[in-house]
Design a protein around this ligand. Structure first.
Ligand code: F6R
Length: 612
């Protein structure tokens, strides 16, 4: 939540800062701002409430343009302390505007620090926790400290999770930045250097990066990057290269990132399988580096969409490896005094690798002696540094706030893990494993077919939601977690109340919601679950429900109860959740765009939830 960016270099400062912010906007869009050094001894700050386009407009309208600025910092905000307003927008300034600060995270002891500053006569202009940082820096700069000295000292006073960047009018051409828990990378250029909350922000400008670790800071000029601990001790760290294509963060002809990312799913699955399915028909997860043969219990921890992937993981792991699996919401698990031992494998799933609750759950798991495997899409993210082993999903950057391609990739990664656990525990016969691997290889093509076969029917399905006041998503077996995920997608981007339910639970309460203004989305897989879902759905139709059925094209009974059918290819059970998911993502997209909403940036949300 919140994105920060910094730049020191030549004439393209404003371009880098604005493009960086645009690529970080998924982290928050309550307000945005810049602070730049337009010349020696001066700082200029520009802030606007609302999405980044408001700041873009202000930059364009600024009389005379910025010209060549020496250094700058930028911020896109997801409000935590203080409502979205211009006063609360970052950057915040101290010392009569001679020092400016941007911040991602929460300063937990800000109230105490603020009281101290107020006692010393400092006046505050905002309700934010961040403003204390600006004033604390100003006090030290006025006392004669350099920006880097002052910054290190102030960082040591802060409690909580934060990534902060600052510039001072009196040290032109220098940006300092540091972090604890919240992410920060430095990008390396020729005659220019960069920093940002995440690698994707800078991909249009550089592919070489250096990580800043907890309690470290970077002093960045156009010709140097110096890493040190907050206390001042120098740190040496090798840069790393990122091979993500900058085009991966462009729209490439799609109207929004959500459609683009939905259409990228076949490729995301292919990339996640790549190199992990051997010629011999076996799974190869040796990269994980954890001995899976001793696993006696699995606990999956995750939030939101990743939690739904975890529920599917339980289904497959229990089936193939015959070990008990619990799936816990990370924000609950972290405070649950969890039970664990070296036989417990905790699988922490996080697209971003920086979700605060999931990271805290990892800590709690390690605290009770469990081993931790992280499934993440973000190489080098915080979770990869905390876990004992890492399994990367390889979808490329996901920009839309609502997760799509990373969900299917997480399900595929869990499928691989389930098969590998089954093999190492000898609960899955080689022949069956080969069969499953063969089925998984078909997933990219089948998901592509699902995208194509649903595309022409979305108008009709979306029409059922025009007058809707709520909706129910029903499934059983593997279709149940998919129903939860479908309901989450719809509610987060269309703001229409939607609940996912196991179809068999309808008669225990939710069926009371049913009337013609509560459409039902029913997921029909195959086998016993399909049959049972069919009778549950018939009961809703008898009470006036209008049904969107996601079903195999030859499922006449499912078509018989539905007002609209979204057909998906008939596939083996391993990949049923993948093909059932696609129509729900596309339906949510259609309903939200029909309502005129911005699908990529739903209200009140941010892509990475880096506060509790
Ligand atoms: C919903 C969505 C969220 C995330 C959740 C966890 O579309 O994207 O529910 O799944 O915030 O995020 P990560 O996976 O980054 O830990």
């Amino acid at each position: 939540m919140c994105g920060i960016v910094g730049y020191v270099g030549g004439s393209r400062s404003i371009e880098v800062l604005m493009e960086g912010l645009q690529r970080l906007e998924y982290r928050g869009y309550d307000s945005a701002g810049l602070a730049v050094q337009p010349g020696e001894g001066r700082l200029e700050v520009l802030r606007r409430v609302g999405p980044l386009r408001e700041l873009e407009r202000a930059v364009a309208e600024r009389n005379g343009g910025f010209g060549e600025v020496l250094a700058g910092i930028g911020h896109t905000r997801w409000a935590t302390h203080g409502r979205p307003s211009e006063e609360n927008a970052h950057p915040h300034v101290g010392g009569d505007g001679r020092v400016a600060v941007v911040h991602n995270g929460i300063v937990e002891n800000h109230a105490e620090l603020r009281k101290g500053l107020e006692r010393r006569g400092v006046g505050f202009r905002s309700e934010t926790d961040t403003e204390v940082i600006a004033h604390l820096l100003a006090e030290r700069l006025e006392g004669g400290a350099s920006l880097a000295e002052a910054f290190g000292e102030v960082m040591e006073m802060l409690e909580g999770a934060f990534a902060v960047a600052a510039i001072s009018a009196d040290e032109p051409g220098t940006v300092v930045a540091g972090r604890r828990q919240s992410p920060l990378v430095v990008g390396l250029g020729e005659g220019e250097n960069f920093l940002a909350s995440g690698v994707p922000a800078l991909l249009g400008f550089t592919h070489r990066f250096v990580l800043v670790e907890n309690d470290e800071m970077a002093v960045v000029t156009r010709s140097s990057v110096e890493l040190r601990r907050f206390g001042g001790e120098p740190v040496e760290r090798e840069p790393f290269e990122v091979d993500w294509d900058p085009e991966a963060v462009e729209l490439g002809g799609f109207p929004d990132y959500m459609s683009k990312e939905i259409h990228e799913q076949p490729q995301a699955i292919r990339a996640t399988l790549d190199g992990r399915l051997g010629e011999d028909g076996m799974v190869d997860l040796s990269e994980v580096g954890i001995d899976l043969s001793g696993v006696e219990r699995v606990v999956v921890v995750a939030c939101g969409t990743a939690y739904h992937a975890g529920l599917l993981g339980k289904y497959f792991i229990e089936r193939y490896a015959r070990v008990p699996v619990e799936v816990a919401v990370a924000s609950e698990y972290r405070y649950s005094d969890p039970v664990g031992d070296p036989g417990t494998l905790v699988v922490a799933i996080s697209q971003s690798g920086e979700t605060t609750d999931t990271l805290a759950a990892v800590d709690a798991a390690k605290g009770c002696g469990a081993r931790v495997l992280a499934i993440t899409n973000t190489r080098g993210s915080l979770i990869t540094r905390e876990a004992d082993g890492v399994l990367l999903t390889r979808t490329g950057p996901e920009i839309c706030v609502a997760a799509t391609k990373t969900f299917v990739a997480q399900v595929v990664a869990l499928d691989l893990l389930a098969m590998e656990l089954g093999r190492s525990r000898e609960t899955l016969a080689e022949e069956r494993l080969r069969e499953l691997v063969g089925e998984l290889r078909l997933a990219p093509e089948r998901v592509q077919e699902a995208i194509e076969s649903v595309s022409g029917r979305l108008d009709e399905a979306s029409a059922l939601f025009e007058e809707a006041r709520c909706s129910l998503f029903l499934g059983r077996g593997v279709a149940y977690p998919v129903a939860l995920e479908g309901a989450l997608k719809l509610k987060e981007i269309s703001y229409l109340p939607a609940e996912g339910y196991p179809a068999g639970e309808m008669k225990h309460g939710p069926i009371a919601l049913i009337d013609e203004r509560c459409p039902v989305v029913a997921l029909f897989g195959s086998g016993i679950h399909r049959e049972k879902t069919l009778s549950n759905v018939q009961e809703t139709v008898a009470r006036g429900a209008r049904v969107v059925a996601v079903a195999f094209p030859d499922d006449e009974e499912a078509s018989g109860v539905a007002s609209v059918v979204l057909p998906v290819p008939r596939v083996p059970e391993t990949i049923v959740p993948l093909v059932l998911t696609v129509p729900l993502q596309m339906l949510a997209h259609e309903v939200a765009t029909d309502r005129g909403l911005d699908v990529d940036k739903p209200r009140n949300l941010a892509k990475s939830v880096t506060v509790e």
